[in-house]
Design a protein around this ligand. Structure first.
Ligand code: SF4
Length: 346
């Protein structure tokens, strides 16, 4: 690199103060509960979506004690629509562990934070640096991209050993020890903002970037070449059939999913592997009343899920296996898989 690494950090810090994001609802606080909650919500979810969920979540669970005391159903209900529900289950378990093992106080260092459910090394570093100014590097997908480009790191980042090298490079770029207390929070936010706003996966805005002069990828004229990721996870697809039973007064029949597997622990329409299985589950006089609607695709991280809704109007006297009739005003607050919620909202 052309300049000292302390200059790199200083430029990130200055840029963040002037151009970064400084008024998000989870900023301007050093409360680890709020920072942790936002970090978990922001994994896989856009800022604009997280804003309303964050507010609603805090109204019901303003601190770690209230979250730990809430039921899992309630937590899943608050999360409903955000998807990737393992985050909500871990969030709940983590709150309980903070209460039981840490006296209701979040640990202050990244190493201890990373022992809690759902907190990986990068999230732990984000909480420790944003709240307690610990001098530790984060390495989420955005920051991985910035570091790989700045350092011109051309190792395959899908290989674990190379990710370790990237952590070392990220650590070497941190503010100097004597400035960490003052600069770490803003530096961490600055790296996140750079990755989200300037050093984007496609068409990075190098001319607006505060670290352009250090950046190997920029000088190579093809910054998008970094980070190198040769091993792509293969996409797969699966199909499921959903029994959408509705009573004359608008209630739907919902069942609770098993504790593991797809949509674990959520409330859901009954799920079948085939239309034949679905029809077979019904009393004989109802089989001909099933109306199969057009299938639609729900895109998961590594899988396309083809959903086949099969509607049936049925008396609320009837039962469809394990489950219960749930009135429209009640299922809205339940933890439902995102595509099922969309379907019911039609
Ligand atoms: Fe990314 Fe361009 Fe900045 Fe390099 S100069 S870090 S490629 S935006």
């Amino acid at each position: 690199m052309a300049t000292e690494k302390s200059d790199f950090a200083t430029r990130v810090v200055r840029w963040q103060a002037q151009h970064g994001r400084n008024n998000l609802p989870w900023q301007n606080t050093r409360d680890p509960y709020r920072v942790w909650l936002s970090e978990i919500m922001l994994q896989q979810t856009q800022v604009v979506t997280v804003k309303s969920y964050f507010k609603r979540f805090l109204e019901r669970c303003p601190d770690v004690a209230s979250l730990a005391a809430a039921s899992q159903d309630e937590v899943l209900g608050l999360w409903s629509g955000l998807g990737y529900y393992s985050r909500a289950r871990n969030l709940h378990r983590c709150a309980q562990q903070v209460m039981e093992c840490h006296g209701g106080v979040f640990p202050r260092d990244a190493a201890t934070l990373a022992t809690l459910p759902g907190i990986g090394p990068s999230t732990a570093a984000a909480i420790a640096s944003l709240c307690f100014s610990e001098r530790v590097a984060i390495l989420d997908a955005n920051v991985k991209r910035v570091v790989a480009r700045v350092c011109g790191f051309d190792g395959d980042v899908s290989v674990a050993a190379n990710t370790r090298v990237l952590w070392e490079l990220a650590t070497a770029l941190l503010p100097a020890r004597d400035r960490a207390l003052k600069e770490m929070a803003r530096y961490t936010q600055g790296m996140m903002d750079l990755g989200a706003m300037v050093c984007t996966p496609k068409d990075p805005k190098c001319s607006q970037c505060p670290v352009q002069q250090d950046c190997v990828a920029c000088k190579s004229a093809d910054p998008q070449r970094f980070p190198v990721r040769s091993r792509r996870v293969k996409r797969s697809s699966a199909s499921v059939w959903l029994l959408w039973a509705k009573s004359p007064c608008g209630a739907v029949w919902l069942t609770k999913r098993p504790a593991s597997g797809i949509w674990a622990g959520l409330h859901c329409l009954p799920v079948f592997d085939s239309e034949a299985d679905l029809r077979q589950s019904l009393p004989p006089d109802l089989v001909d009343r099933v109306q199969c609607e057009a299938a639609f695709v729900h895109v998961l991280t590594h899988k396309d899920l083809h959903l086949h809704p099969c509607r049936i109007e049925a008396s609320s006297e009837l039962q469809f296996g394990l489950g219960r009739w749930v009135a429209a005003e009640d299922w809205i607050g339940l933890g439902l898989p995102a595509p099922v919620r969309k379907l019911l909202e039609r």
